[in-house]
Write a protein of this length. Structure first.
Length: 101
């Protein structure tokens, strides 16, 4: 069975999607995203994961067999980003293209 995961929360990305927070009055950079969403992806292995929420952090990454995407957006610049995902006739992931407008 081929399935896709659509979730507002992004998968946890320890190598990308960092954000600046204040801890103890000092700035600190930390990885962001949901470890629970990442565990669901690892357990069920959908063909693709389509995510959002972290608007400033465009990214694409494999989590196991699943190709995960967060197109990001730049609302302060009136730029909305999206993604086109290409599947074959059997529903398997082929390729993607980030878009903006």
């Amino acid at each position: 069975m081929n399935a896709s995961l659509l979730a507002a929360a992004p998968w946890w990305r320890p190598d990308a999607g960092d954000t600046l927070v204040i801890r103890g009055g000092r700035p600190s950079i930390i990885p962001v995203g949901s470890k629970a969403v990442r565990e669901v992806i690892k357990k069920y292995q959908p063909v693709v994961g389509l995510h959002g929420h972290i608007h400033e952090s465009k990214g694409a990454q494999r989590v196991g067999k699943t190709m995960c995407f967060n197109p990001g957006s730049e609302y302060s610049s009136d730029v909305l980003r999206g993604i086109i995902v290409d599947f074959d006739a059997a529903g398997d992931y082929l390729d993607f293209l980030f878009t903006s407008g």
